[in-house]
Design a protein around this ligand. Structure first.
Ligand SMILES: C[S@@+](CC[C@H](N)C(=O)[O-])C[C@H]1O[C@@H](n2cnc3c(N)ncnc32)[C@H](O)[C@@H]1O
Length: 399
């Protein structure tokens, strides 16, 4: 469609889009009723995104088996849309904070506009296009996976019973996003993520959505889970949401062979499953290793209380906390000794649970002498009389 014969309705629609974009009021534009030649394309959802301080439109092309995202500057987007509207897509729905405008085309090709102005404009709630503007808004609340997993309802409101899970998802993506910013991963066309002990996969879907929708990178996400029932459920959810690049496999992290992982995630994988996951991350040279350990069973029975600590560790609760600290402290040191800059910090405080620690490790860009760290590990093991640490053994087997 050339500019000279573009119908007035289309020009008006594009003008409204541009205004909403310029005012920060654009929520999304959905193109549907596709009649072009791109096999399998269902619809395109377009949203504003802030990429490296520049506001662009992110086009999510939703195919039957996969999704492709393209980020396009506004001027180029308007030209592209002028060609799409009426030719390839017979329906377009614009959602902004002030209006919902629909442009559709009759069988004879006549453009028809309908507009619904929203009177109660909440000017203080600008559309969240920055992924780090607000801690609790790191994840967009209207994302379909949140509804499919029962975190939000059909209106996109967080279900009260899921508010802690919602906070956890946001915190997780916030931490992941900051970690990704420190790597070169956004330059890659595809990123492989393995999530060990994926469970109901709230975080697995969240990472897939963040990479594909917000960062516009094609993710290849594999959730590995012991329980077949959960694996089936999560695969069904991925199919229902028509998501490409995410799959769930039944398996035990102890025997799972994974290669070329860029981001290794293991959140609350039980006991030494965390060690197997970290080992797999190190072996496959992952850029980011992110784990939140739970149920620390291996070290506690081995601990020989150093005499000076006996008055403190006579209390079972203290001994448990000590064992946990030593287990995770050694994991962090082992990661350091294997080429990773490592942090241990509070992940999210969920009431009535102590699963609130995160070990985050980023592959170091330059090598360094690790002998001092190895000496520290040996000294700590001697001090506490520890014979075996699962991660250490796995790493030794690899060498
Ligand atoms: C507490 S859930 C955490 C789920 C999810 N990662 C989260 O944080 O929301 C732990 C999951 O790890 C799975 N799991 C435990 N040990 C595993 C192993 N060795 N291999 C694979 N999955 C395991 C369990 O079946 C369970 O679903």
């Amino acid at each position: 469609m050339s500019a000279t014969n573009t119908p007035e309705e289309v020009l008006y629609f594009l003008d409204q889009l541009q205004q909403a974009f310029n005012n920060g009021a654009l929520q999304r534009l959905v193109l549907s009723k596709y009649q072009g030649r791109d096999a399998g394309l269902n619809r395109v959802t377009i949203r504003p995104v802030l990429l490296k301080n520049s506001l662009v439109l992110s086009f999510l092309y939703e195919y039957q088996t996969q999704h492709i995202t393209k980020n396009i500057p506004i001027e180029e987007s308007l030209t592209l849309l002028a060609n799409y509207l009426g030719e390839e897509f017979k329906n377009a729905h614009l959602f902004s904070q002030s209006a919902e405008i629909q442009l559709r085309f009759s069988k004879k090709g006549k453009a028809l506009l309908s507009e619904h102005r929203i009177k109660d404009i909440k000017t203080e709630t600008n559309v969240d296009i920055s992924h780090n503007r607000d801690k609790n808004r790191f994840v967009k609340q209207d994302r379909p996976y949140l509804q499919a997993l029962g975190v939000t309802d059909s209106k996109g409101h967080v279900i009260p019973a899921m508010s802690r899970k919602w906070k956890q998802i946001n915190k997780f993506i916030e931490v992941l996003s900051a970690a990704i910013d420190k790597t070169e991963l956004t330059k890659q066309r595809e990123i492989h993520i393995a999530d060990f002990g994926s469970g109901k996969a709230y975080l697995t879907f969240a990472v897939h959505d963040y990479l594909s929708d917000t960062l516009a990178i094609s993710p290849r996400v594999t959730g590995v889970e012991l329980r077949q029932g959960l694996v089936d459920l999560c695969n069904q959810t991925a199919t229902k949401l028509d998501l490409g690049g995410i799959k769930f496999e039944q398996g035990d992290v102890q025997h799972f062979a994974a290669q070329n992982i860029n981001i290794m995630i293991a959140l609350h994988a039980c006991d030494t499953a965390t060690d197997y996951a970290i080992n797999m991350g190190i072996r496959s040279n992952a850029d980011i290793i992110m784990c939140s350990p739970c149920c620390h069973k291996q070290i506690r029975p081995q601990l020989k209380t150093p005499p000076i600590l006996a008055p403190l560790l006579q209390h079972g609760i203290h001994l448990g906390q000590e064992a946990e600290m030593i287990t995770d402290g050694l994991r962090a040191l082992l990661l350091e000794a294997n080429g990773y800059d490592t942090q241990v910090f509070e992940f999210i405080s969920l009431e009535h649970t102590n699963k609130n620690k995160m070990i985050l490790a980023l592959k170091r860009k330059t090598q360094r002498d690790n002998s001092q760290t190895l000496d520290q590990i040996a000294e700590l093991k001697r001090f506490y009389g520890i014979e075996e640490h699962c991660l250490e053994q796995l790493l030794q087997q690899a060498n």
